[in-house]
Design a protein around this ligand. Sequence first.
Ligand code: CP
Length: 308
Amino acid sequence: MRFERKDLLDLRSLSAEEINLILNTAASFREVLERPIKKVPTLRGKTIANLFFEPSTRTRLSFELSAKRLNADIVNFSSSTSSVLKGESLLDTARNIVAMKVDALVVRHSSPGVSHFLAQKLPVSIINAGDGAHEHPTQGLLDLYSIRERKGNIANLNVAIIGDIAHSRVARSDIWGLNKMGARVRVCGPPTLIPKDIEKLGVELTYSIEEALLDCDVVIMLRIQRERQKVSLVPSLQEYRDFFSLNREKLKLAKPDVLIMHPGPVNRGVEIPAKIADSRQSIILNQVTNGIAVRMAVLYLLLVHSSR
Ligand code: CP
């Protein structure tokens, strides 16, 4: 099977076959990361630009390392030190970077749809590194990869996504990806942090964390995204913690071998206590490591494998 796409914009439009191709390709790159010399010449001569209009630790560094592991050149653009501050538009900024003969743009922006817009306007590959509360496809893919790595497969697993679903692009990408791979997805959070009609995405909704955790194989915890809330949508952090934080007692409701995941950044002591975030069941840092292999796979499939 070939990956016949110019861009990676979301998981909504990917088929299960395309997702499997990315995960299988990532598995071969994951092995490269264990070698003493963690480099292959796959993308020698290609140039990638990271365009980040929002803060990032994991995604930006992960794309940078992925490109370097594949021997591509990579440049970093940050809006806070750019001519955007002098009034240059998003499209003009991107066109100028493309004029420097780059092959792909990795784009993070606070507005949903920015990557789709740039993909229509520009001839180079666009990779969505998070657009507002819409999608974060490479995070969704690395979550799928991490679950498959530990559980063997994804079909028929019970997966709970708990926290601020309304503002989470990770939740949306995870929901699309997990559903396509045959998992059963439950979402849980305070009513003010659950989008209207979320069940139309094919998930079960509960406002009880105990119900969400019952017989769960995987739990994905999310932070409250205060920076995206115009008004505070929870009465207090203490109250949020009382109702929606994980703790050892609640975790007993899940399966004994439950995996605990979090896309980061983690707010320790709010959605998850430090002891659980650092426990044997937690694969939070494995997710980060796997993110490099998954992004290597995405760059390879878009820039070398695709016949487009
Ligand atoms: N998971 C994630 O997107 O983290 P960053 O915001 O640090 O990139």
